[in-house]
Each structure stands twice: as C-alpha cells, then as structure tokens.
Ligand binder design. Structure first.
Ligand code: ADP
Ligand code: MG
Length: 625
C-alpha cells in the first residue's frame, strides 16, 4: 500500500505540534475524548433534522479500552464517523478542523463543539508511535482505516466495521528513562485523567474494570469479574442552578477538587451574561494553605470550555491580591487552547478577570458587613495578602482594597476598618494615628501612643511588616493623613504648647547638644510633651520611620543608608530631666553617663534593642553600688 504524505509540506510543523505545543503529554486523552464528543454532537445535531440517522440520546457513549499486553489504548465513539475523504482531509491535513467547518456551515452557534484548531488529534503522537483510526459514517456500507506512524505520512484502506462511528487505537510508545508511557494503559490512571480533564463531557465515558468480587454463598472466596463503569460526572455541579445545590454538595465538590480538609468559608457561584458569558464557581478557603505565603504557592482558577478543562491553574483570571481564591471559570467563549501563549492574549480572559475581581471584592465587603465574625476569620488568614495588595504595583489597587483591610485598634483592642476609625474621630482630631510594634500590646505601650490615647484619640496598632507601607501607600483616607506616632509628624501639641516647647528647646540648646554628643548617633535631641508619663522616647524625622528602616534592613538586598534619622525626645516635665539638668551644672562626667542611660531607656521603650549591652550593664552596676 502506498504511503501518502501529509498535506502540509512541512513535516517540521507536525513535529512541532507533537513535541512542543502541549506542556503535558497526558492531555492527548482529553483531545481524543473532545473529538469523540464533538462527533457525537454532530450526529445528534443531524438527527434533529433527519430522525432516522440518529440513535436516541441515551445510546451515545464514548468507550475506552486498554490492553496492557499489546500496549494499545482505544477510544471509540458512536458519533458521526468519517468518510474516506474526511479521513484524508481532517486527519491528513494538519491544522484543518472539520469541526470548525461544521460550525460555519451549519451556523451552529448553539452547538457546543469544542474543536476548532485542527491540531488536537496529533497530540496522540506524543504518547503513541502508531495511530490507527477506523471510521464509518451513517448509511455507508464500507468503513475505512487511516493509519500513521507520525511524520512519515499515512495509509488509507477499506476495512470492516459494524457500527457507525470512530475507533482510534493508539500503539503506546515503549517506556523510556524519562517517561513511563505504560501509565496510559493503566485503568486507574486513565480514570484519573478522565476525571481531571473530561469530567463534564456531556456523554458517558465508559471503561471496563477487572474487579474481585466475593462469590455469593461462598464465604471468603472471590472471583474476577468485569465491571463497566462510567468515568465522568457528566453534569457539572456549576451548571446546576445555585438554588438547587446544597451546602454539602458544594463542600464535597470543593474538598475533592481542591484538596482541602476544611469546608470553604464562602462559596461564590454565579452566571455572567453579556459580552462574554461564563459561569464562575469560586471558593474562599477558611484557612491559608501551608505554603500560601511562600514562593511555591501558585494562584489561579481552573478554566473550562464547554465542560472540558483546558487549564488547571490560569493565573491571568485572578489578581495577586485575591490569590487565595480557589475555583473555576467555565465559558464556551474561551477557545480550547493550543498553548498557554494564545490564552494569555485572550481579550475574553481579560474581561472575565476584571469581572471576577469585582465580584470577589463585593462578596468580601458583604461578608464584612453581614458576618463580621466570619470576615475576621478570613482576615486572620488572608489579611496580609490584602494589605500587600494595597502596597504593591505602586498602589494601583488601593481604591479597591482599602475598605477591606483592618487593623487592631487601641479602642477595645478590636479590629477596625479605616472607615470605622474615621467615623469615631472626635472633631479635634486631625490625623489617623498609628503605632508599630511586635504585638498590639507593645505598640500601644509606646510612650507616644500612650500620649495620643490619653488625649482621647484612637491609635491603630500595626504589627505586620507590611502594615506601615500599606498605610503610607494609601496616604490619606477621607482627607485624613496617616501619622506614625513615633515621628516628627505627631501633631498633638496646641499652638500654645508648641510655642512653649520651642522656647524650652531654644533656651536648653546647650544641654540638648551635650546630650546629643554624649549619646552619639542621634540626629537631634528635643524636649517633648507627647510622651505620657515616660522620661524619654525615640522618634524619627524625615520620611523613613524607625519601623520602616527595621523592615527594609531585613530585605536581602538592603544596602547601607536604610537608617531612620533618630530623634531623642525628652519629657521636659519628668524628674529625670531635672536631675540631668542639675548634673549638667555640677558633674558633666556623670551627666554624660546618665544621658546614655536615658537613651538606653528610650530605646527599650520604643521597642528597640540596646546597642551596647556591656556598657549599659556597667553603667547600671555603677549606679547600684
Ligand atoms: P479540532 O478538534 O480542533 O477540529 P483535531 O485535530 O482534534 O482538530 O481533529 C481534526 C478533525 O478530525 C476534527 O475537526 C474532526 O472533523 C475530525 N475528527 C477527529 N476525531 C474524530 C472522531 N472521533 N469522529 C469524527 N471526526 C473526527
Ligand atoms: Mg479536537
């Protein structure tokens, strides 16, 4: 029999199709099953106008059979079949899609046909070194066999076949060191692949399983029997109206599909009509996966096109700030991909991504309003991601996210939103105050925080590294500035008080300079009245706060110069200050030592370590003896 060459001249093209379009070899099964499903659709579609040509809807099936000895895998369908010409045209021509032709000829927009690129079939050559297609169309008495070993071309001959439809046999490649092709002959692997990619194909996909069954009446004895099983679920859960789905069904679906032992905190299930139509079934997990805050976590939603999974984790439809969301999008408007690259350019995907982002935001806002306890649980798990979302991309998403974030407030030590904080601000309060620390309690004990609180104002207590960057990115909320209490931006003093302090600083300049020189490393030393009852505290001036410098200096690429300009604030009314003034006049040596002690105290009160523990210890000892 004469071998025919493939119609595209370029064998290279076929080679490329086989080896580089698909990232995973296993998707060949999805492609063959999709083709079988399309073929049944076509036969069914024709039967609507020509009743004799069809079966009844329940007779249609896709059948898989594996023969491990012969290393063959067969996928058969009772769909429309192919004539000799069609075999030659559809399979002999790369990138020729009979399905696309069918769609345009029949203006069959309402037919859910999957194929349209005309390359899916060739994915069989990723796992098979020989593919044989036997096919028969309705009304013909002859069937034809198309056979090919890949790039060399194909043969076409007449043969026998009883039933109308197509039977595709793959001669699976021998195993190699890199690849265990025998996996594709193993019934349970096949079942897994069908579940993974083709679970919602509209026709049953069936396969025989050899199972051991107890023999009736004979205790302890078993016999091998063949059991025919349907591998796919057929109707996707998300295609059912939400009102008909129980919470348990959602939860089971979620835990099986996304491997989570805890039920989701929230299910978002909706159907979008309009320019791009799709169904989304999204879940907000109730806890962060163990690797969530690490680089290995991959965000994304599953993408389905007419019930076929075309991508397991599509990251383009989910923004980073909502990367915790699990779920899927099903849209017949997204074409079955031939590669990741084509999908990424898809306008439809962009439209979907925008809508999904908005939907998630609204659902979270609703949860915050109607079920605060649940929202706080959510926030404990994923709040850092939202805060990071505000800060990242130069604040592009701050409008979207700023009302979803919360901080612990000195007001009852409870979470508060910015909106709630502002709504409680007394008329005299100009700014939104915050203090940073390892824990909320520590932040609240900062001398400056204590001073703000004693004025009757609330302080947000920031404990995550990202927190201050988040607030600085928002910059102002309802025209209120964010003020770190440990900086020179703290503006508690009245005009009169400021005037008095300025005078004190002026007249005490000599002493203040002396303190600055004695301690070293300080940018300034100043009298302050915003320290509660504490003798001294540290603050910063200029843009970089103590907390920011601490966080930035931990970064792997932190250079020098990431230092805050430190200011030692001294409580002019404290007895210690009086003592220092006295020593300055009588004993400069001792005064210098006391200044160092005062500075050490200020560091401790501001949540910093003492720089020179040895010196501190000997100074204290001296004092004690
Ligand atoms: P696509 O599915 O994107 O059209 P394929 O390479 O998967 O491209 O298939 C090429 C063509 O071969 C299909 O469009 C269809 O016309 C035909 N074909 C493939 N498998 C079958 C089948 N099982 N039954 C009938 N026709 C088939
Ligand atoms: Mg196809």
């Amino acid at each position: 029999m004469k071998k025919k060459q493939f119609k595209t001249e370029s064998k290279k093209l076929l080679d490329m199709m086989i080896n580089s379009i698909y990232t995973h070899k296993e998707i060949f099964l999805r492609e063959l099953i999709s083709n079988a499903s399309d073929a049944i659709d076509k036969r069914y579609f024709r039967s609507l106008t020509d009743p004799d040509s069809g079966l009844s809807r329940s007779d249609y099936e896709i059948s898989i059979a594996a023969n491990e000895e012969e290393r063959t895998l067969t996928v058969s369908d009772n769909g429309c079949g192919m004539t000799a010409d069609e075999l030659e045209n559809n399979l002999g021509t790369i990138a020729k899609s009979g399905s696309l032709d069918f769609k345009s000829e029949n203006s069959a927009d309402n037919v859910d046909i999957i194929g349209q690129f005309g390359v899916g079939f060739y994915s069989a050559f990723m796992v098979a070194d020989k593919v044989s297609v036997v096919s028969k169309v309705y009304g013909a008495d002859k069937a034809y066999r198309w056979e090919s070993e890949g790039v060399d071309g194909y043969t076409l001959e007449e043969c026998d076949k009883d039933q109308v439809g197509t039977e595709i046999t793959l001669h699976i490649k021998p195993d190699t060191e890199e690849e265990d092709y025998c996996e594709f002959l193993e019934p349970y692997s096949i079942q897994r692949l069908v579940k993974k990619y083709s679970d919602y194909i509209h026709y049953p996909i069936r396969m025989d399983f050899e199972v051991n069954k107890p023999v009736e009446g004979k205790e302890g004895e078993t016999e091998k029997v063949t059991e025919r099983r349907t591998l796919n679920s057929i109707t996707p859960l998300w295609k059912k109206p939400a009102a008909e789905i129980t919470e348990e069904e959602y939860n089971n679906f979620y835990s099986a599909k996304f491997m989570d032992y805890e039920p989701p905190l929230k299910v978002i299930h909706y159907k979008q009509e309009g320019a791009v139509e799709y169904t989304a079934l999204l879940f907000i997990p109730s806890h962060a996966p163990f690797d969530y805050y690490s680089k290995s976590y991959e965000k994304g939603l599953q993408l389905y096109s007419s019930g076929v999974m075309i991508m397991d984790r599509c990251s383009d439809v989910l923004p980073d700030h909502f990367s915790f969301v699990k779920g899927l999008i099903d849209s017949s408007d997204i074409s079955l991909n031939i590669s990741r690259e084509t999908l990424q350019q898809d306008y439809q995907l962009k439209t979907i991504a925008k809508a999904v982002e908005k939907k998630i935001k609204n659902e979270l806002a609703k949860m915050m309003e109607t079920d605060r306890e649940k929202y706080e649980k959510f926030y404990k798990a994923f709040g850092p991601q939202l805060k990071f979302g505000v800060y990242s991309d130069y604040g592009t998403h701050k409008e979207l996210l700023q009302d979803l974030i919360m901080f612990t407030s000195s007001n009852e030590m409870k979470y508060t939103t910015l909106k709630e904080y502002v709504s409680r601000m007394p008329g005299s309060q100009k700014s939104i105050y915050y203090a940073c620390g390892d824990t909320a309690e520590k932040a609240m004990r900062l001398p400056q925080a204590a001073a703000v609180i004693s004025k009757g104002y609330e302080v947000l207590l920031l404990t995550d590294d990202v927190d201050e960057f988040t607030l600085q990115t928002i910059m102002t909320y309802e025209d209120k500035k964010f003020v770190n209490v440990s900086t020179d931006e703290l503006d508690l003093a009245t005009e009169e008080e400021t005037k008095k302090l300025n005078e004190e600083n002026e007249s005490g300049k000599e002493l203040l300079d002396f303190i600055k020189d004695s301690v070293g490393g300080l940018n300034a030393v100043r009298f302050s009245n915003s320290l509660g009852g504490h003798p001294a505290a540290l603050s910063s001036e200029g843009g970089m706060s103590i907390e920011m410098a601490r966080v930035l200096s931990k970064m792997p690429d932190a250079g020098e110069g990431l230092k805050a300009s430190l200011v030692l604030d001294i409580n002019s009314e404290h007895a210690v200050t009086a003592k220092i003034k006295e020593l300055y006049a009588s004993d400069k040596d001792k005064c210098a030592k006391y200044c160092k002690l005062l500075y050490a105290q200020a560091r401790l009160l501001s949540g910093l370590e003492i720089e020179n523990a040895e010196e501190f210890s000997s100074l204290i000892s001296e004092l004690m003896i």
